[in-house]
Design a protein around this ligand. Structure first.
Ligand code: ZN
Length: 167
């Protein structure tokens, strides 16, 4: 705080406690509180007289201002931690793009123009599956059912069999 701000602060204090003010008071208070900002000193003064009828001294202002700073820092740190924990919420566009990306990654190659993948699946299906018994050219099925496996080329043993048959 500048000396003019100290004078302003002491004028406010005088309104509460009827103290008399002089240049010496301003100089003394300035020597102790020059590193505080006026707004935080003003808040500390108000907090002091909201709390007690004791005549305010520079140490009261400093103690309350430093405590308030620590509170603000803690709140900011908590907010930062919470933001980190919960992460930013994706907007609708980001969500839609992410969904489309995930859906395309899961799409079976029958509906995919990825030629290499299609060729790989045809290669695996060039032999019958020793595990589920699927015929050549037919997809593997979930064991005990007729429901075809859509996410893989075939059972691991069929992949092995295909590789053996076509070294
Ligand atoms: Zn199979």
């Amino acid at each position: 705080m500048k000396r003019a701000e100290i004078a302003r602060l002491l004028t406010m204090a005088a309104a509460f406690d009827r103290r008399t003010l002089g240049e010496a008071d301003v100089a003394a208070w300035h020597s102790v509180l020059d590193d505080l900002d006026f707004p935080e000193a003003e808040s500390a003064l108000k907090a002091h007289y909201a709390d007690t009828r004791e005549f305010v001294m520079p140490s009261d202002i400093r103690r309350r201002a430093i405590a308030a700073r620590r509170d603000r820092a803690n709140r900011a740190e908590n907010a930062r931690i919470m933001a980190e924990l919960h992460g930013p919420k994706p907007d609708a566009d980001t969500y839609a793009r992410g969904f489309a990306l995930a859906a395309s990654a899961l799409r079976p190659p029958d509906h995919d123009d990825d030629a290499e993948k299609t060729a790989r699946w045809a290669f695996v299906r060039s032999v019958p599956c020793p595990y589920c018994g699927a015929d050549v050219g037919h997809p593997c099925v979930r064991s005990g059912t007729q429901s075809p496996l859509r996410m893989t080329a075939g059972h691991p043993s069929r992949v092995e069999a295909a590789e053996k048959a076509n070294p």
